[in-house]
Design a protein around this ligand. Structure first.
Ligand SMILES: [Zn+2]
Length: 282
């Protein structure tokens, strides 16, 4: 089973996770820029983080045979902090970089006027830079959040086929499918979405335009839940080809729209060479 995790925050994970992911078949990941727990107080903290998403983290992933790409944005939570607003000015420089395959995560956290403004500005950046957009949906008041998200996306002029609306569940899936945006699902150990529920959604809505991710962030999460979803699909009677579509070809097609996805030699056996540099400095 070859796996492309289209939304995973590797910055918050250990090298043990990379080893387990590689062994489970994860060959490629996209790491979206998001919040870091501790609030950031200046634009410099963001640029260091963005540099790490396009520099250090792809290098670290490469040690385990995992191809790493990033999406860059000011995340919805920090869009509310005026100290972070300058981040919008540095985004264009990052949106031109080779390893950056979308603008994201953008969208709503608490649906404030500040978030409205930053969301629309970043959709305009996606259009200007010819990039797809990864859109986070709020964890509270989800149905209203998705409705408003889809309205802002439609108004922005970006093609629906270039947008993935993420963290969907049974309540929000239909509206997004009807919008022609891509459907993103984050599989978690005990919240949001589980492998058995995901299988039911795939039965009901099909496998087209569906992206399944493990998100794997600061909260309780598991970077192997993409694999677990693939196994659950097979156990439920889906074919190997269905699993390959959802866990590999769909994310390749979606992020391939950036023209920057580099998956050359990605099926080569991981060598684990070069780990010594990660061990150095204790
Ligand atoms: Zn995320």
């Amino acid at each position: 089973m070859r796996i492309f995790d289209p939304h995973i925050h590797m910055t918050s994970r250990t090298t043990d996770d990379y080893e387990r992911m590689a062994a489970a078949g994860v060959r490629a990941v996209v790491e979206p820029a998001f919040w870091l727990g501790q609030p950031r107080t200046s634009v410099g903290s963001f640029t260091d983080y963005f540099d790490s998403l396009v520099g250090w983290e792809p290098f670290r992933a490469g040690q385990f045979g995992v191809r790493h790409h990033a999406t860059i944005a000011l995340n919805p939570k920090e869009a509310n902090d005026p100290r972070c607003r300058e981040v919008l000015d540095v985004l264009p420089r990052y949106l031109e970089k080779d390893g950056v395959v979308a603008v994201g995560e953008i969208g709503y956290d608490s649906m404030t006027p500040e978030e409205d403004e930053v969301f629309a500005a970043q959709l305009a950046l996606a259009v200007a830079h010819g990039l797809p957009a990864l859109v986070h949906t709020p964890h509270r008041d989800k149905a209203r959040g998705v409705e408003r998200t889809l309205a802002v996306v439609a108004e922005s002029g970006i093609g629906a086929g270039r947008v993935v609306v993420d963290h969907l569940n049974e309540v929000t899936v239909r509206a997004v499918r009807d919008s022609d945006c891509w459907l993103g699902f984050s599989i978690y150990p005990d919240t949001k979405m589980s492998p058995p529920r995901m299988v039911e959604l795939l039965r009901a809505y099909g496998t087209e335009r569906v992206l399944v991710n493990s998100a794997a962030d600061w909260g309780r999460s598991d970077p192997l839940l993409t694999r677990a979803t693939g196994e659950a699909m097979l156990a439920a009677g889906f074919s190997d080809d269905d699993v390959d579509l959802v866990l590999w070809r769909n994310p390749v097609e979606f992020y391939g729209q950036s023209g920057r996805l580099d998956l050359s030699d990605v099926d080569a056996e991981p060598t684990f060479a070069g780990n010594s540099i990660l061990r150095g400095g204790g």
